[in-house]
Design a protein around this ligand. Structure first.
Ligand SMILES: NC(=O)c1ccc[n+]([C@@H]2O[C@H](COP(=O)([O-])OP(=O)(O)OC[C@H]3O[C@@H](n4cnc5c(N)ncnc54)[C@H](O)[C@@H]3O)[C@@H](O)[C@H]2O)c1
Length: 347
């Protein structure tokens, strides 16, 4: 059996969001950021200089087989998550893959199976779940303080936020639009707070309304608005509303609200800043008391947890099973929107 090295040597592939991965790894004493990779040579050179990383690759496969890294972050466009993760696992590496885990459930399940059969860690970058306010609400819910959770709302609206890049707005390269891009974070947070209940049905509708006005040259073929109702075996429901573009009253708003028999909880952000984090409880006189919560503004890092999961030989907090569950629901949302019917997931 191979021994876990003292210091995990890490590489990052894809240097858009990958720059954030690289910065996070540099804050984790148990690992060393040793390699960067991007097919765009100019971007690679620029980021490598900025981060003082001397080992660089333009071909991820050569990096994977170089023997110079133990673990890798895959932060490339959605369509490459499956092939690059499979190749990295094949090369014996532990992998932290960006969200969405893949283009669809079939790909995601293959990635999970490959990680399990090779005994490698596979984490998914659900970084929004790691916000202190979400962890606070989740702890509150998991301690039973909310009682039985029977309804949750997960909302992310943008007024004018279509990413004007082909890799985001074409189904062939992104898998979907605002739902797979932003909705996957809200879905993950809601499922996490609710304790990942089993899904039995999904009803949804997606819309594309702003492509001609906002990105006329890109021939966008994915949704800019999505609404979904997700039904769980517990009887609970989750409502999701997600947009890249809409006539919303605020330019960028995120809401997670949870209702239980003993209490409720709310996180509301504008421009990514917590505006309100509150918990609401039954009082003995039958009234509801509300308490504002002030969790620290930190965001625990998925990268630190990933490195520690490798060292401690345990599952990462944001693991591949969570990624597959999210993909199953996203697939069902698109299917329900296409057919106009509820997608049953009892089996
Ligand atoms: N978790 C988050 O909060 C968050 C935020 C933004 C983006 N993302 C995700 O990160 C991923 C990348 O998004 P982005 O905004 O950084 O995109 P981007 O286009 O800015 O960057 C992607 C980079 O990957 C490089 N690349 C593409 N194919 C490659 C390959 N085969 N090998 C090596 N490099 C390759 C490109 O040259 C580019 O530099 C997407 O999956 C996106 O959903 C996540």
């Amino acid at each position: 059996m191979s021994q876990t090295p003292q210091t995990i040597r890490v590489g990052v592939v894809g240097l858009g969001m990958g720059r954030h991965h690289a910065e996070q790894y540099r804050r984790v004493p148990e690992c060393e950021l040793v390699a960067l990779c991007d097919t765009d040579e100019l971007r690679l050179k620029h980021v490598a200089e900025q981060m003082s990383v001397t080992r660089t690759w333009t071909d991820p496969h050569e990096l994977f087989s170089s023997g110079e890294i133990d673990a890798v972050s895959i932060a490339t466009p959605n369509t490459t998550h499956h092939p690059l993760t499979m190749a990295a696992l094949e090369a014996g590496l532990d992998v932290l893959c960006e969200k969405p885990m893949a283009m669809n459930t079939t790909e995601a399940q293959q990635m999970l199976d490959a990680a399990q059969s090779r005994g490698r860690k596979l984490a998914i970058h659900f970084n929004h779940r790691m916000a202190a306010s979400i962890r606070y609400i989740a702890r509150f819910a998991h301690k039973g303080e909310l009682g039985d959770i029977y309804f949750a709302r997960a909302v992310w609206h943008r007024r004018r936020g279509i990413p004007a890049r082909p890799s985001f707005v074409h189904k062939a390269t992104a898998g979907g639009g605002c739902l797979i891009d932003l909705g996957v974070h809200m879905l993950d947070q809601a499922l996490y707070v609710m304790g990942f209940p089993r899904v039995v049905g999904v009803t949804a509708k997606t819309y594309r309304k702003f492509d001609k006005k906002l990105v006329p040259d890109l021939e966008m073929d994915v949704e800019d608005f999505a609404v979904a109702m997700i039904r769980f075996a517990t009887g609970a429901m989750l409502e999701m509303e997600i947009s890249w573009a809409s006539h919303h009253h605020h330019p960028e708003q995120i809401v997670l609200q949870v209702y239980g028999t003993e209490g409720g909880a709310l996180r509301r952000t504008e421009d990514y800043k917590d505006l309100e984090v509150s918990v609401h409880r039954n009082e003995h006189d039958g009234l509801t008391s509300s308490r504002m919560v002030r969790p620290p503004r930190d965001m625990a890092s998925v990268q630190a947890d990933f490195i520690n999961a490798i060292r401690e030989d345990r599952e990462p907090l944001c693991n591949a099973e969570h990624g597959v569950r999210a993909m199953q629901i996203l697939d069902a949302i698109y299917e329900s929107s296409r057919t106009g019917k509820e997608v049953r997931m009892d089996d």
